[in-house]
Design a protein around this ligand. Structure first.
Ligand code: OGA
Ligand code: MN
Length: 295
């Protein structure tokens, strides 16, 4: 079982395809991931361009605006246009605004000053243990290490589409329990989860509210059980689904550059961060946009 990502092969694919969509220049990666080349998020964006960006996002699942130079206010303005921002539930990590959080390994007097959850090193879906998990997570790269710290994105629609028909029939209508307890999840599925760990039940197969595509809605870090299924059967089914989705064929590996503003569709992708040299600093400014109840 892949506890962390150290064994996950580096994902290298054919070079991205250059296209222009309604005036927006993009580079499309496979199976997901789109670089957007000619938009400066510090400038006002016309409604038509914003709609084009949303279309590109819904098709490409992960979009990255390269070469940005953004204040917190610039990032908030873009985030608010995507939807209602979530307020961070760990106030000690918030930034200039209650919806800004910094993900970094920066230390002061030997202590981390921001959040850098070790659970990020396994595939997960942000906030899936909440009633309305984020639809979007928006990260802005302010400092990146020379090597390491790439983020992997798994296309959960592709993962669903490629299941055999028997498995699709078996999981149809099923629900799963997600639990936020990184210690139990990141070490071992057999470890008992804390009684007070936040949890929520959602459909195992989710339909995207905009594109109506189905996706697998599980992840190795937080999905603990298929509701109403015998424990051994549930463990075996989930293990098979995790192994299936964590296939390099369904994964885009993002190699960060300074000034990247990246937004993933958290309704139909799972993500995981690779390890990096702790002596080098990595700082991301993060927002999440409140999503719909999964259905
Ligand atoms: C997150 C997350 C990964 C990264 O912000 O939710 O998982 O690469 N980040 O920083
Ligand atoms: Mn995450």
């Amino acid at each position: 079982m892949a506890i962390q990502l150290a064994d996950f092969p580096e994902v290298t694919k054919a070079p991205p395809r250059a296209k222009t969509y309604k005036g927006v220049q993009v580079l499309r990666h496979d199976p997901c991931g789109v670089e957007i080349l000619n938009i400066d998020l510090a400038q006002p964006m016309a409604d038509g361009t914003f709609r084009a960006v949303m279309d590109i996002w819904h098709q490409g699942l992960v979009i990255c605006f390269r070469n940005q130079d953004l204040t917190a206010e610039d990032q908030l303005r873009f985030g608010r246009r995507v939807g209602e921002l979530s307020v961070i539930h760990t106030p000690e990590f918030t930034g200039e605004d209650p919806s800004i959080m910094y993900i970094s390994n920066v230390k002061k007097n030997g202590e981390f000053v921001h959040a850098l959850p070790i659970g990020e090193m396994m595939f997960h879906i942000d906030q899936c243990y909440q009633p309305r998990p984020a639809k979007a997570t928006i990260l802005y790269a302010m400092k990146i290490p020379k090597t390491g710290g790439n983020t992997l994105f798994c296309d959960l629609q592709r993962a669903y589409d490629t299941l055999d028909e028997e498995t699709k029939a078996r999981i149809a209508g099923r629900r799963v329990m997600h639990v936020y307890d990184y210690d139990a999840g990141a070490t071992h599925t057999a470890a008992a989860v804390a009684d007070d760990a936040p949890r929520y039940v959602h459909p195992l197969v989710r339909t995207h509210p905009v594109t109506e595509r189905k996706c697998l809605y599980v992840n190795r870090l937080m999905t603990r059980e298929v509701v109403g299924m015998d424990k051994a059967e549930s463990d075996a089914l989930l293990a098979r689904l995790f192994d299936h989705m964590e296939n390099p064929e369904f994964v885009y590996e993002h190699r960060w550059r300074l000034g990247d503003l990246l937004m993933w569709d958290n309704r139909c992708t799972a993500h995981a961060r690779r390890d990096f040299d702790p002596e080098q600093e990595r700082v991301m400014r993060r927002l999440t946009v409140l999503g719909e109840a999964p259905a």
